[in-house]
Design a binder for this molecule. Structure first.
Ligand SMILES: *Cc1c(COP(=O)(O)O)cnc(C)c1O
Ligand code: SF4
Length: 450
């Protein structure tokens, strides 16, 4: 019996090896609009950019008769409600299962449908994490003593329906006015100045927006300037790109070279330069992802993954285990899984805290500890990230958890709320009365010792 045969004969091991299968069929050819796009063209980042879906009319054009009129109407209706514009790479668009778009995890993330929306939670906030409050200079959030969040741009290669910064990212929509900005070197220089003046800062997260939208020159400008600041020891470029647009890593040599040069410069100065990416669902992963990671790994660049826990995207043990194993297999280190932020237009995505705690238990032990993500809740109001099971008190019946952040905001307490539609009918009724809600929260806070 060959080794392959032996593996096939055991169902248990088959499941354990699921994560080594990488999709490599010509999936885009199933869509009428792209049926004749050759492999080389689809594999080119320029083609992907040029053909990105940016309007519902394009959705209709590419899909043709592939979806029903009801589905298209539902997609049009979504555009009236969502706080985010559409932008989807052909790669992701073609990976959507168009036989069942309503339940597809990729469609859910990037192409809202009107029928899925639920009313916002009464305690949602536009700036749920209070990033604007903790911002000493434009484009910078300084919440933790030694690390900062730098947002050099507000544009991305895809727009996620659930973006936590939907208040600024990706331009105005029918339902939201935004003051988005492109790359602006002058403002970046002010950020570098602030970092120099605050020598306790050692760590910079370059997020946004998305680093994929910075040119090779801008990647270098930002990287080199940050590395030259004596107190800066670690920088991370954050991009969803590897997950939703691996072709750029494979064919945009200037961009990869820019990152690689910054990485090498960092190494020569004994400083860390890494990439943080954002795979949410195993359905996003193909042979292209693996090849993109092979290229970055061969350059010596460490990549870590931050996922958001989402209903119907990754909130089953099966999907979370597969996601963890599959990104690990490609040399991406699972770093965080976030509880969903309490931002507008996202109730249908959110899960209960209990689901987060249960998934954390299920995932721990499946693989190397250093490839096991930490499940965190980024506390509304600016308490920062906390381990999901480290709440002070959790009223599961009413979906109210109470937290502290002793180092980041000493003496304060914070609350996080489960989505109301997931609570018992009795609890949902309690949430419909403002006075009852206030009493429930007060009681929870008191039980937590505050
Ligand atoms: C998440 C975050 C960071 C980085 O935190 P890590 O836990 O080190 O990944 C820094 N600043 C802000 C404001 C953040 O939200
Ligand atoms: S890539 Fe990040 S910043 Fe851009 S829309 Fe998605 S979540 Fe928001």
């Amino acid at each position: 019996m060959s080794t392959d045969k032996k593996i096939e004969s055991s169902q248990a091991s088959e499941q354990a090896l699921e994560h080594r299968k990488f999709r490599d069929d010509e999936f885009w050819k199933e869509l009428p609009g792209w049926a004749s796009v050759p492999h080389d063209e689809f594999a080119d980042h320029k083609w992907q950019n040029k053909n990105a879906i940016r309007k519902v009319e394009q959705v209709e054009k590419v899909l043709g008769s592939r979806v029903s009129k009801e589905t298209m109407d539902d997609i049009y209706a979504g555009q009236k409600i969502t706080p985010m514009n559409i932008r989807i790479t052909p790669y992701i668009f073609a990976l959507i299962n168009w036989d069942d778009p309503l339940n597809d995890p990729l469609r859910k993330q990037f192409l809202p449908m009107g029928s899925q929306f639920l009313p916002d939670h009464p305690y949602y906030r536009e700036d749920s994490l209070s990033e604007d409050v903790d911002s000493p200079v434009p484009m910078l959030t300084h919440r933790y003593p030694d690390k900062v969040l730098f947002l050099p741009t507000t544009i991305c290669p895809v727009y996620c329906s659930y973006c936590t910064r939907s208040r600024i990212i990706g331009g105005s929509t029918e339902s939201v006015e935004k003051s988005s900005y492109g790359a602006s070197q002058k403002k970046w220089d002010d950020v570098f100045e602030y970092l120099k003046m605050n020598p306790e800062i050692e760590d910079v997260v370059i997020s946004g927006g998305d680093s994929f939208m910075l040119t090779a020159k801008q990647i270098k400008y930002i990287g080199e300037n940050l590395l030259m600041i004596p107190n800066i020891r670690r920088i991370r470029y954050a991009t969803k790109g590897i997950a939703i647009f691996p072709m750029k890593i494979l064919t945009d040599d200037d961009w990869v070279q820019a990152i690689s040069e910054v990485h090498k410069l960092g190494r020569s100065m004994n400083k860390q330069v890494v990439i943080h990416t954002h795979f949410s669902s195993p359905k996003e992963i193909t042979t292209w992802s693996q090849k993109a990671m092979d290229r970055l790994y061969s350059e010596g660049i460490i990549v870590r993954n931050q996922a958001v826990l989402q209903e119907g995207v990754n909130n089953t043990v099966e999907d979370m285990v597969l996601l963890t194993r599959q990104v690990s297999y490609m040399n991406v280190q699972p770093y965080y899984v976030y509880m969903h932020d309490m931002v507008p237009g996202c109730e249908h995505f959110r899960t209960t805290l209990k689901e987060g705690v249960e998934l954390e238990k299920a995932v721990r032990g499946i693989t190397a500890g250093f490839h096991t993500p930490t499940f965190v809740c980024d506390l509304p109001g600016g308490g920062g990230k906390r381990h999901v099971a480290s709440y002070e008190y959790y009223d599961q019946e009413n979906g109210i958890s109470v937290w502290t952040a002793p180092y980041v905001k000493p003496g304060q307490h914070f609350t996080y709320f489960d989505p109301i539609h997931k609570l018992s009918p009795e609890a949902q009724k309690r949430w419909s009365d403002k006075g009852t809600v206030e009493t429930m929260i007060k009681e929870a806070v008191k039980k937590a010792g505050y």
